[in-house]
Design a protein around this ligand. Sequence first.
Ligand code: FAD
Length: 249
Amino acid sequence: MSTGSAAALPRLSSPRRGVEGLMVRAWGGKDLRLTVIAREQPAERFVRLRVDLDGLLERDEVYPTYWLRLWFETPSGKGHQRAYTVVAPDGATGTGCLEFYLHPGIASDWARSAAPGDGIDATVLNGRDPLAHSPAHLLMVGDGASYPAIADTLRRTGELPVTALLQAHDPEDPQIMPLPVRAGADVRWLEPGQDVVAAALEAVAAAPEGTNVWVALEGVPTRRLAGALRRELGLPKERVHSLAYWKRS
Ligand SMILES: Cc1cc2nc3c(=O)[nH]c(=O)nc-3n(C[C@H](O)[C@H](O)[C@H](O)COP(=O)(O)OP(=O)(O)OC[C@H]3O[C@@H](n4cnc5c(N)ncnc54)[C@H](O)[C@@H]3O)c2cc1C
């Protein structure tokens, strides 16, 4: 029997979910409990956790960009729900990875100290496959929070032509992690301060027919870009996947 300190014991994040939990359940969200198997920190601001996915891969198609609602816990024990992307799913082991771009925040803090054996509740109630409608080309626009989804999509889409524009927020850390290099991929970090919406509109205007556009930025640029894609460029709804990944406070 271990005589180690309490800090070394596995932790479980299974908070009271309150009204938010009731709403997610009413919308049909399905519950899982994830368990951390391994942890690595490939960069100062980036943590990767391999987790057991509690049978998710047998029940659902985990397409690139697929995400889960994770239930973190506030210091007072309340639920703090935040979305994270499942990357590198492995059907043979029933596992996948969660990758955290670190900044001040409860979810980031949880990842900073997560260790094998820790558990966290999760709910499946999420978005749409950006590869639906067989795109001829995929244009992805994101930043640190959507880096995991973009890098995983690049790894999992063979030679599908993908253009990815990433916005770096921190001039001290312009390249959070290297992006995968492969045939058919045109991937670049924008200069700090460069207007991501203008750069994205230019890229969309130059993109071939049959391009799906995936946008996952902070709330304000996400709304600006999604609006411009529909109003100014007239892109059909089914070709645009846009979701604010975080909110500046
Ligand atoms: C569908 C979806 C999938 C996502 N997948 C991932 C993923 O795989 N990996 C990942 O790291 N994030 C991902 N995110 C973003 C993540 O959910 C948010 O960043 C979330 O707000 C983090 O929660 P927190 O408790 O750490 O911070 P919060 O309590 O939400 O915020 C605390 C402070 O940090 C700031 N902040 C929050 N997020 C960021 C950020 N990304 N960059 C800079 N400052 C920030 C806020 O403005 C606030 O000041 C995803 C979001 C969505 C909607």
